[in-house]
Ligand binder design. Structure first.
Ligand code: NAD
Ligand code: UDP
Ligand code: UDP
Length: 445
């Protein structure tokens, strides 16, 4: 046989062999391998057409089992991923714990100048700003708070700092610690909050203040009491100097707070006289700024939130009542100056720029932008009609007066509330997604 013929023959035989092999693989090996349960469905389908009832049932059963197997496999993978994620999170946590946290820069004070300062209500709106300033000055700060209206979030940037301590405690109960100064701010401050539990408001301002004065007496600490313009009640003198005795309804809805604070002042001067405790009394007028609670219920947060949500701005009564608003940083400066001074009589801390509430609503709407309607609704009982501090004493004795203009302070506060709203929307959305996720639904019993 010639070489050419030999090659053709070999090629022919090879081709035949290949065809046979492919056929063998398709018909025998792949059908028998059964690697995927779905293959069984095909087997059943190809056996007979149209398939019998039995075959249909079997096919359904096979498909169902295949689906289940797939689901099982996916769940396993999900669980595995979750385990990996948990391990990673654990690693991140331990890394975070071993890496020193970044804190705002604090000054170094030597032991002679460094004070141990207790701030009651330090997790609240004003208290947390006071914490920031005193921490930055280099002092050791102890915050005592029962978190009734305060939040850990207000002071979380100091948690873990060597100069900072947060104690969850209700000041109605005694407290034994060693300190040099006390800023006593613990008390609900907004009308809805202090009216929510009037008895507790009275206890906090009387028993709580006795405890703080008793503590000051024992350790010979200086104590500053956060009193309020509410001690003037619905004033008959305008503007209000510290010498004015006030006009308070002792049994009205505001009495728990107004009379509580008046007793707080009385106690301070009784301890000063009888026990030689060094007291400072700040009569604080309406204050606003970042970290006010979203549900605070006071006029600044209410109006800003209503304007940001484009809701109706609700003015209680005819809106002709007046208030004077000071920005929180001005108040904090005033409190620190008062504590440092030798002046022991009460001092008004407030901004004498006065507005009607109706004007205030318009200012907020203008600064926020938007088209909120301004609507008068029923008046609050015993709502003080005029309020404006006479700050001659603070100017003279503390060399203090407010610096932040209303518009600048309001812009800061509006921006804070805008962020808070966005934050709460984000949390709501991610929480909704989580609780509605099919995975969570399946894992429920
Ligand atoms: P806030 O409600 O934000 O802060 C008060 C803090 O005291 C909160 O952290 C709260 O949890 C805490 N607290 C309440 N009862 C307590 C208790 N029994 N034990 C421990 N902690 C308790 O109010 P704020 O606006 O920061 O006011 C602070 C102080 O200033 C208050 O004493 C208030 O009367 C006074 N003040 C404030 C204003 C103002 O416009 N913000 C005006 C006048 C007086
Ligand atoms: N008190 C406190 N911490 C102290 C000291 C006193 O909480 O370090 C409380 C004490 O429990 C008391 C209150 O302050 O109820 C008033 O103290 P004070 O010494 O004036 O009164 P007394 O103990 O004599 O009744
Ligand atoms: N106010 C209002 N709408 C509100 C909240 C408050 O018109 O949504 C009025 C309230 O009646 C009062 C003033 O604003 O005349 C200040 O009230 P806020 O509760 O802030 O503090 P107050 O000075 O009364 O303690």
């Amino acid at each position: 046989m010639s070489l050419m013929k030999k090659r053709v023959k070999i090629g022919f035989v090879t081709a035949i062999t290949l065809v046979v092999l492919i056929y063998f693989y398709k018909t025998v090996i792949s059908f028998n391998s059964n690697s995927s349960p779905l293959a069984n469905v095909l087997v059943e389908e190809q056996r007979q057409w149209p398939p019998t009832e039995d075959a249909v049932q079997r096919n359904l059963q096979i498909a169902y089992e295949a689906q289940n197997a797939l689901l099982h496999q996916q769940r396993q993978e999900l669980m595995h991923t979750k385990e990996q994620l948990a391990q990673l999170e654990e690693k991140v946590r331990s890394l975070q714990a071993s890496t020193p946290r970044k804190y705002p820069k604090v000054k170094y004070l030597n032991y002679k100048n460094r004070k141990r300062i207790l701030i009651t209500g330090g997790a609240g709106f004003v208290g947390s700003h006071l914490v920031d300033d005193l921490m930055i000055q280099g002092h050791e700060i102890i915050v005592v708070d029962n978190f009734f209206t305060g939040r850990k979030r207000n002071v979380e940037h100091w948690l873990g700092h060597a100069n900072f301590e947060l104690i969850h405690h209700d000041i109605v109960n005694p407290l034994f610690i060693e300190i040099d100064e006390i800023y006593h701010l613990a008390s609900p401050a907004s009308p809805p909050h202090y009216m929510y539990n009037p008895v507790k408001t009275i206890k906090t301002n009387t028993m709580g203040t006795i405890n703080m004065l008793g503590l000051a007496k024992r350790v010979m600490a200086k104590v500053l009491i956060a009193s309020t313009s509410e001690v003037y009640g619905d004033p008959t003198v305008h503007p209000q100097p510290e010498t004015y005795w006030g006009h308070v309804n002792p049994i009205g809805p505001r009495a728990c707070y107004d009379e509580g604070k008046r007793v707080s002042e009385t106690l301070s001067y009784a301890y000063a006289k009888q026990e030689k405790v060094q007291v400072r009394v700040a009569r604080i007028f309406n204050t606003y700024g970042p970290r006010m609670h979203m549900n605070d219920g006071r006029v600044v947060s209410n109006f800003i939130l209503q304007a940001l949500r484009n809701e109706t701005i609700t003015v209680y009564g005819n809106g002709k009542q007046t208030r004077s608003f000071q920005y929180v940083s001005d108040l904090v400066d005033g409190m620190i100056a008062l504590m440092a001074s030798n002046y022991t009589q009460p001092v008004n801390l407030g901004n004498p720029v006065e507005q009607t509430i109706e004007e205030f609503a318009k200012i907020i709407r203008l600064l926020v932008g938007g088209t909120s309607e301004i609507k008068q609704i029923s008046a609050m009982e015993d709502d003080p009609q005029r309020r404006k501090p006479d700050i001659t004493r603070a100017k003279k004795r503390l060399n203090w007066e407010p610096k932040v203009p209303l518009e600048a302070g309001l812009r800061q506060t509006i921006s804070y509330f805008r962020n808070e709203l966005a934050r709460s929307d984000r949390f709501q959305e991610s929480s909704r997604k989580y609780f509605e996720s099919p995975d969570l639904q399946r894992s429920r019993p």
